[in-house]
Design a protein around this ligand. Sequence first.
Ligand code: PMP
Length: 368
Amino acid sequence: MKLWEDKIRRVVPYTPGEQPKRPVIKLNTNECPYPPSPAVQEALDSLDTSDLRLYPDTEATPLADALAEYYGVDPDQIFIGVGSDDVLAMAFMTFFQGEKPILFPDITYSFYDVWAQLFRIPYETVPLDEEFRMTREGYYRENGGVIFPNPNAPTAIAQDLDGIRDILDHNQDVIVIVDEAYVDFSSKPSALALLEEYENLLVVQTFSKSRAMAGMRIGYAFGSPELIRAMKDVKYSFNSYTMNLPAQTAGAAAVRDDAYFQDTVARVIHTREKTAAALKELGFVFPPSDANFLFASHRQKPAREIYEELKKRDIFVRYFDKPRISNYLRITIGTDEQMETLLRQLKQILGEFIAKDTLPSGERPLSS
Ligand code: PMP
């Protein structure tokens, strides 16, 4: 072994969902199946490339202003980053330091423990209950900070404002981060409603799901001016110019097209409910989803086998080989057509398990 080798920072990186090169039905990374608002195309078409000579606005002002107006907050309550992963990483670096462990659920977004390890932040996980719901009492103990997604991922379960308020009330001396990547698909309100009451609350959202712009990499956080200032100081000590001009312009255009946004979200929710009913008929069980995915387990066939069978048929869903959830599939909601193909293939894969009378008339169960 060379002596310099022990100078290398060794980390186990986050494993993102696969991005296959060939066309497949891609239901594995919770992207939106629809394109972004046409206003985004127009904004990009009218971009003057001579403006690219200059460094971009470090504050992403056009985008921050559009978000401030839309959500009714001051621009100094907004932090903007290159995807919410960037925002969350900055928040971990800014707010989670010290000896006490930060807390997050045992089943949750699998980047949290990666950042904790990268930044050497001690952490402990709080088990979800038997039905995968968050247990508030688990967050009553002393800690160095709290983070959880709401709705949670990959469970798709959201808690209401009372639950979040209770966690905030029991954690007044640390920063509490609510990761709202999926909140726009939820029947439960955003924790943004609590921002004025709790100066230690940070609410993180993204353009990657409901605004159909995962490829543009836009995330943002709401917090008290003090929290936002601290995050910016850390960010500017790292790299000031992370968000490029096209992303700032396109992001602002997307926020201003509220009708398109509302329509896209409504379409995804409609397809989600239809798909949920059909999956139930095929013998799947899952918690009601407040997100753009379903977290489903089949009563008879192991999730891993279904995942592999679907993959052979060029349908990609997400499978986590982890304790408690290794018999679940996380299925992103695609277009109606994609979900119909999924259901058709699932019927074939599950053929032997599906009672004849649960199939629509004329269809016969097929052997797997
Ligand atoms: N939080 C949660 C809970 C997520 O599932 C994701 C998507 N992988 C993210 C944050 C990050 O999304 P993005 O960086 O695309 O905004």
